[in-house]
Design a protein around this ligand. Sequence first.
Ligand SMILES: Cc1cc2nc3c(=O)[nH]c(=O)nc-3n(C[C@H](O)[C@H](O)[C@H](O)COP(=O)(O)O)c2cc1C
Length: 391
Amino acid sequence: MIQWPGRRSAASDALTTTHTIADLRTLAHRSTPRPIFDFIDGGAGDEVTVRRNTEAFRGVSLLPRVLRDVSRIDTGANFLGTRAGSPFGLAPVGMTRLAHPDGELAAVRAARELGVPYILSTMTSSSLEAVAQAAPEADRWFQLYLWKDRVASEALVRHAAELGYRALVLTADVPVAGQRLRDARNGMTLPPSFPLRSAARLALHPRWLARTLASEPLGFAALDVERGGFAEQSNRILDPSTTFDDLTWMRSIWSGPLVVKGVLSPADATEAVRRGADAVIVSNHGGRQLENAVATWDALPGVRDAVGDRTEVYVDGGIRSGTHIAAARAAGADAVFVGRPYVYGLMAGGEAGAVRAGRMLQTGLERTMALLGAPAVENLVPEMLAPPRMG
Ligand SMILES: Cc1cc2nc3c(=O)[nH]c(=O)nc-3n(C[C@H](O)[C@H](O)[C@H](O)COP(=O)(O)O)c2cc1C
């Protein structure tokens, strides 16, 4: 497309019409071929848990305090000893270059611009080096799937440390792959190959196609695997025999902050902390793994109670607005992570779209805090939930 000097592109014009994460999702849907959109948007089985996550946050009931000075709102929050601009971070998302050719590089730059942490996935489609170079000063964490090959896992972890990834996040809820029906029905493989029946769908998205063909071929940048269906790929790499003893081992090889992601049971959270975790992420993988898993909003209070105040507790799954972030804080989370919201942004408009998603969350949080009578995130307390929750 011809771009006249000083004129904005059609993509950035379209972005300005988006005001919620749902708007970004609609735009993402329009601008991306169906199999790609479905891979990102979908979940396991009949997607009960995907809906449960979002509905639980949508159903939150808030009890505001009034006549408090909210002329200055401070959304700053701590993540493992580092101050971030907001109590949210960008969750690890495999193969982010499916959403946009700039993929993980755009995501880490967006995180830097927003002043929030970014977790790079083991299933990254950009190299650890390229992501580090794209935003050296961003708060970069690395997410690990423990592979059957422990020597290779250890080498990867050490490599991440050398490149300045500050925290290590062990994802614990993928002993085997969840059943992703949309992907199975679309014939989606990872890295993607497009069956002939997809050609018509791709042709409907010429801009996406041109962008994708002009960029590096998609692949796993940190793994050496062949192409296959999602379940086939994951099961080739993942180790279903992983236990808490492996967490103890990881604690012995990683000296920085250690986080366990995918915890829903209070007893597992306690055990993770006993084995040396500095934080846990209450997560059901965005409803992509165990079907009918509990909504993360419902699991959060039990985990918070179990680990007490000394361990940081984060939550992800279904968070789509600043109001949801405020509610999560009030319910006992130190901070939240978001996955699909920023990836919808990437699909809708690359880095600018991811930043726009983050700004929606940020400004929404500021507004909600003012309306709740909470000038700082520390003022978001359980009494602001009706009925109040433990936290
Ligand atoms: C397309 C996609 C890929 C994902 N890949 C990973 C991954 O590689 N590692 C991981 O720990 N979690 C992965 N997740 C889960 C996210 O980190 C996060 O838990 C989830 O997206 C949160 O739910 P939300 O999308 O409703 O915000 C992925 C999620 C999506 C949507």
